[in-house]
Design a protein around this ligand. Structure first.
Ligand SMILES: Nc1ncnc2c1ncn2[C@@H]1O[C@H](COP(=O)(O)OP(=O)(O)OP(=O)(O)O)[C@@H](O)[C@H]1O
Ligand SMILES: [Mg+2]
Length: 137
């Protein structure tokens, strides 16, 4: 994903220093990270910044993907996890976007007993948080 970010001069920092064991399907969980990062890169203008963080909160592993991109309007925020929902076709130069990425993220999270939530401010950026139960060995 850093190669894609590089094309737009976007920096990606990653703070994942602590081991955070979770149980799940490796391929699917990777798809969650890829989809969230893909969005962060796509909806952040050139020279932006993306911060990835993994932290433990109350027996859960939390993955945070934060960008300083275009943000999501409050009226759109409740709908972004719906299939084929896109805030505004004109916002993205990528005509191949189908509005499916976040619905896939949501269903993978549900299958793993995980929660996903988004916070966003138009013009400031977005933060997506995935909360997965920590594995007990
Ligand atoms: N990080 C983000 N910053 C701003 N808007 C976002 C972000 N992530 C998602 N969105 C908005 O939510 C909509 C839904 O996201 P989703 O990933 O489901 O679809 P998509 O990126 O448009 O298409 P696809 O993922 O199928 O290529 C996007 O069209 C975009 O408007
Ligand atoms: Mg997407």
């Amino acid at each position: 994903m850093s190669l894609l970010a590089e094309d737009k001069g976007i920096s990606i920092s990653c703070d994942a220093s602590q081991p955070m064991p979770v149980k799940g399907n490796h391929v699917r969980l990777k798809q969650v990270v890829v989809n969230l990062l893909d969005n962060a890169i796509k909806y952040t203008p050139e020279k932006g910044a993306i911060q990835l963080r993994v932290l433990a909160v109350n027996g859960h592993a939390v993955l945070e993907v934060k960008d300083n991109g275009i943000g999501i309007p409050p009226d759109a925020l409740p709908h972004i996890f719906e299939r084929f929902y896109r805030v505004d076709q004109a916002r993205s130069a990528d005509s191949e976007s189908a509005g499916l990425g976040l619905s896939i993220v949501k269903s993978i999270c549900t299958a793993h007993g995980a929660e996903v939530e988004a916070q966003s401010v138009v013009g400031s950026g977005s933060c997506f948080r995935v909360k997965l139960p920590l594995a007990k060995n």
